[in-house]
Design a protein around this ligand. Structure first.
Ligand code: PHE
Length: 461
């Protein structure tokens, strides 16, 4: 079975793929801004506490379930009894919804990469207008968005079609170190600009006037689940391709630590330069596409070089997250066909999954960030498609998945024995087992609080 489905060639390969899944747009446009806007250092402490009390726990549980069963989320959870299946279905659903908006954003990133490249060879237009004008025309151009979104799908599809070792692992092993190096280059540039200290201040000092414990808790909780790719089966899926000699519990610490470091580094790459040039901080598309564009413009001759490097690193971060999202559904339909006694074709399944996801992304493209009003009926506070998709995935499905997955081990009889059994194969050590044993019992409760408070925030409460 394992041979047919494929498996990672080494633990390093697995780690690069899992960190690749975690590090994405969430780190770049979510974390630094949310931290700056929610009390700086105080937010960081709450975020770290949640990573410790929920992130590490759920991540380890997901990997253990994946590897033990060797199956994709729906089938893996079905081994606990039929009624656990829906939790797996949430994951498959979430992968479609997240891809529905993520790929459109990746399409914009791709467009900026191409435009900066053209500028570098003297043919581009991106530096001739300001960030706001450029981006407004970019998201309003449906034809170009269709083309770039499709291109982002094609790239992801080709990598996933290559399989676990020859596609996902091969890409991640090169892409993740490259991303890290590029991030360092951009950080050095930002930190050496005059006036950059203010950016550090924005992120790291404790600002009591911006701090509200409840708001910080739910913002950090949602951010943590999304940023670590948790609660929707991505880690169950990747775990199902992990070999038995990999130490799950060590990986359960390494991935969250790496993701948090990358989130902080993203802040260092963005805010010092932004403050050095006297620009207002923001989050989301405004930050990634408008403000940063202006930042690169203000750097003078070297601007396009840093612009190009920055968007290439963003592209890598997005792609490595997208391949994990596509893999969740690809592995699901692969296992489905295998369970029906058929010989599944990974390539065909990947193609259909990507096509389905592309269709889900169409309303987002046509929505033009809320401008067209086609999402004006949504029951949440922000009446645009991107926020609505984000609400379904990171406001409902992922935290809900987190509640169930942690309860499966923490609140169910034999939960810890299940983990012990899987983690300790090959004489691997269960890192900080005593801590885990206690905390796993409170993780579901914390996740319930995060889930409900997050729901309220989408309704403006
Ligand atoms: N963790 C990714 C990010 O921060 C997003 C993601 C969510 C990827 C869920 C896979 C699964 O951008």
């Amino acid at each position: 079975m394992e041979k047919e489905r494929g498996h990672f060639g080494s633990n390093f390969g697995f780690l690069m793929a899992a960190i690749g899944s975690a590090v994405g747009l969430g780190n770049l446009w979510g974390f630094p801004y949310k931290m700056g806007a929610n009390g700086g250092f105080a937010f960081l402490i709450i975020y770290l506490a949640l990573v410790l009390l929920c992130g590490v726990i759920i991540m380890t549980i997901e990997m253990a379930i994946g590897r033990k069963t060797g199956k994709s989320p729906v089938y893996a959870l079905a081994t606990f009894g039929k009624r656990w299946r829906p939790v797996g279905w949430f994951g498959v659903g979430a992968s479609f919804i997240i891809m529905g908006f993520y790929t459109v954003i990746c399409g914009w990133v791709l467009r900026y990469v191409v435009d900066y490249f053209m500028t570098l060879i003297g043919q581009g237009t991106i530096t001739s207008v300001d960030g706001v004008t450029y981006f407004t025309s970019a998201f309003g151009d449906i034809t170009l968005n269709l083309i770039y979104t499709l291109l982002a799908f094609v790239i992801t599809c080709v990598i996933v079609m290559g399989g676990i070792q020859k596609g996902i692992e091969k890409f991640s092993k090169v892409a993740m170190p490259a991303l890290f190096v590029m991030l360092i280059v951009v950080i050095i540039k930002g930190l050496t600009m005059e006036g950059s200290a203010e950016g550090l201040e924005f992120m790291f000092t404790f600002k009591s006037e911006d701090f509200n414990f409840f708001n910080a808790l739910r913002t950090a909780g949602g951010q943590m689940m999304f940023s670590l790719s948790l609660g929707m089966g991505a880690l169950i899926t990747y775990g199902s391709y992990m070999t038995k000699d990999s130490n799950i519990s060590k990986n359960g610490w390494i991935i969250p630590i790496a993701d948090t470091i990358m989130a902080l580094l993203s802040g260092l790459a963005i805010f010092p330069a932004l403050f050095a040039l006297d620009m207002d901080p923001s989050g989301g598309p405004g930050l990634l596409f408008m403000t940063l564009h202006n930042v690169f413009d203000s750097m003078g001759a070297v601007g396009p070089i840093f612009g190009f490097v920055f968007y290439v690193l963003t592209l890598i971060a997005a792609l490595s997250s997208m391949i994990s999202l596509v893999e969740v559904s690809t592995s699901h339909f692969y296992d489905y066909q295998a369970s029906k006694g058929k010989t599944p074709s990974r390539k065909k399944i990947t193609f259909w999954v990507c096509l389905g996801m592309f269709i889900i992304s169409l309303p987002i493209i046509f929505d033009k960030l809320g401008e067209s009003g086609i999402f004006s009926w949504v029951p949440i506070k922000d009446k645009d498609g991107l926020d609505f998709y984000d609400f379904i995935a990171s406001g409902v499905l992922m935290p809900l998945g987190g509640v169930f997955l942690s309860a499966l081990i923490g609140w169910r009889k034999g939960g810890m024995a299940y983990l012990d059994d899987e983690i300790r194969v090959h004489d691997n050590k269960f890192v900080a087992r005593g801590f885990f044993n206690v905390v796993v019992k409170i993780t579901p409760a914390i996740m319930i609080v995060v889930l409900f408070s997050l729901l309220l925030s989408y309704f403006g409460l």
